[in-house]
Ligand binder design. Structure first.
Ligand code: DHB
Ligand code: MG
Length: 221
């Protein structure tokens, strides 16, 4: 099935995803530094993130898990000139590639890349940091429950939270799989279930060039 999913993603992309030199450069530079683009969102998924930001006229975006900043560029593309994007990366070597990619992409919105364990970075933000309108959680899956709670501390009514990789090719319902990353996703579903701070929440399975995975999407009450 994987080949058909990849071919269909190519078909979708060739019709609906405009060529963008900045994104091509990011992908190229990422591979040159020995990182795998497989961990980045697919182009049609990047477009979905962009559209969620546009639909809701978001101005302040938080990304937890920069990796090489491919998704960061998609998020930033959706922002107006007076927008602001904070992206947090835990691994210094990845952050270096990300910083290069962000500089090369020459986006016209303010992008801050902070390096450190995202939970620590979020806890150390100044108390007067305005809430974020859109939050994309895409870092170490074992920490998703903590990232969700900390995100909620930096959200307002109507903030949209998107969590990447919540299906993991079905591993989340395989009881034999007790990897910390999978346990973290299961705990996240438990936390999302009837969360008192959330208005609504769903999860969608996705198939495509990145295999079988999924997004969870929540709106803050
Ligand atoms: C992995 C992480 C991701 O965020 C992703 O989108 C795909 C894969 C991983 O760690 O395997
Ligand atoms: Mg991901």
């Amino acid at each position: 099935m994987q080949q058909m999913w990849t071919d269909l993603d190519s078909y979708i992309d060739s019709h609906l995803i405009p060529e963008d030199e900045r994104l091509d450069k990011v992908m190229h530079n990422t591979v040159e530094h020995g990182l795998s683009n497989h961990l980045a969102v697919a182009p049609n998924q990047g477009m979905l993130l962009q559209m969620l930001i546009q639909m809701n006229k978001c101005k302040r975006v938080l990304e937890i898990g920069t990796f090489a900043a491919y998704s960061t560029i998609w998020l930033a593309r959706a922002l107006p000139k007076d927008g602001y994007l904070l992206t947090i990366e835990g691994r210094e070597s990845h952050a270096q590639v990300a910083q290069q990619n962000i500089a090369e992409a020459n986006m016209n919105t303010h992008i801050d890349l902070k390096v450190g364990f995202a939970a620590d970075v979020l806890k150390s933000l100044p108390s007067d940091t305005p809430a974020f309108d859109f939050i994309f959680i895409d870092a170490d899956k074992g920490s998703y429950p903590e990232y969700l709670e900390l995100s909620l501390n930096h959200a307002h009514s109507g903030t949209i939270i998107v969590l990447d990789n919540v299906i993991r090719a079905g591993d989340i319902i395989n009881p034999d799989n007790q990897k910390p990353s999978i346990v973290g996703i299961r705990q996240t579903f438990e936390a999302l279930k009837a969360h008192p701070k959330l208005l609504s929440c769903t999860a969608l399975q996705t198939v495509g060039s990145k295999g079988h995975d999924g997004f969870a999407i929540a709106i803050v009450k």
